[in-house]
Design a protein around this ligand. Structure first.
Ligand SMILES: Nc1nc2c(ncn2[C@@H]2O[C@H](COP(=O)(O)OP(=O)(O)OP(=O)(O)O)[C@@H](O)[C@H]2O)c(=O)[nH]1
Ligand SMILES: [Mg+2]
Length: 260
């Protein structure tokens, strides 16, 4: 079997070559309906200058920046195109890149316009519906209840409704509550991380994509006989779900190492 090498020298699983170098950081994607304040939040969290405007689809492509938090290693933050059901034709290509960024994220910041009280639940439901459709329905979320300056103006954290994701109430434009969100995100990645090394007798494209999504892959190697060796860091909360999948990939699969 031929082994492809990408620019950085990492071998690529045949048939699953990825575009560009692997990003060795956990990815956090900002998602939500158009005009809810995603780009404003992206700018507030990263001190970047991404175009934000009171326009539908002000953002036409996904944008990535480094997010530094005191509790964990640097993360990659992604701003995305607004989610709607029937996307205007000319935005479909832009949405494709958003879709890939979202699917490979470890955490979603689901931004909601908290001032639109009457339609809030329905809008959250619609965005979650799109997330399900694109295969991102099981990625953990924090709901960001934005624009509190238009309501009670009180930044806070709260538990989600009926087992839903935790919430942070803030104003991306004024900056009130941004620190609460930084803490909430940092906590997600500060919890125990486990270092894993697995040898599997063959490469499974879907499993590999899953590993890349939930874990930070440090090395991978393909044997000429089709065997796959992968070494990664994964949050313990994800490990419970990942371990059985790896174990099921082959009867003699086993973790080669575990630490941290
Ligand atoms: N009052 C208030 N307005 C805000 C806040 N955050 C964002 N906005 C405004 O909401 C509008 C949309 O903001 P964007 O950040 O461009 O929203 P977006 O979700 O990125 O929009 P798309 O890229 O079109 O999907 C702008 O006029 C912002 O100034 C906030 O906390 N309070
Ligand atoms: Mg935007």
């Amino acid at each position: 079997m031929e082994i492809a090498l990408q620019a950085g020298g990492l071998p690529v699983c045949p048939g699953t070559a990825e575009k560009g170098p692997h990003i060795l950081s956990f990815k956090v994607a900002i998602v939500g309906r158009p005009n809810v304040g995603k780009s404003t939040l992206f700018n507030a969290l990263t001190s970047a200058e991404v175009f934000a405007a009171d326009l539908l689809f002000a953002t036409l492509d996904s944008t990535l920046r480094r997010l530094e938090l005191p509790q964990c290693e640097p993360l990659v933050l992604v701003d995305t195109v607004g989610f709607v059901r029937n996307l205007p034709h000319e935005l479909v290509a832009a949405f494709r890149s958003t879709l890939e960024e979202v699917r490979s994220a470890s955490l979603l910041l689901h931004v909601v316009d908290s001032a639109r009280d009457d339609q809030r639940a329905l809008m959250v439901q619609q965005v979650n519906g799109v997330l399900e459709e694109i295969g991102a329905g099981d990625i953990p979320q924090i709901e960001v209840m934005n624009k509190i300056d238009l309501t009670d103006g009180v930044p806070r954290r709260s538990a989600g409704e009926a087992g839903g994701p935790p919430r942070v109430w803030l104003s991306a434009r004024g900056g009130e509550g941004i620190d609460l969100l930084r803490d909430a995100v940092g906590e997600q990645f500060a919890e125990g991380v486990s270092h894993q090394r697995w040898h599997l007798p063959r490469c499974d494209g879907r499993l590999r994509a899953h590993v890349f999504r939930v874990a930070k892959v440090r090395h991978e190697h393909f044997d000429p006989d089709g065997g796959w060796q992968v070494e990664f860091d994964v949050r313990r909360r994800e490990l419970g779900q990942l371990e059985p999948l790896l174990a099921a990939a082959a009867t003699d699969a086993r973790p080669a190492a575990e630490s941290g």
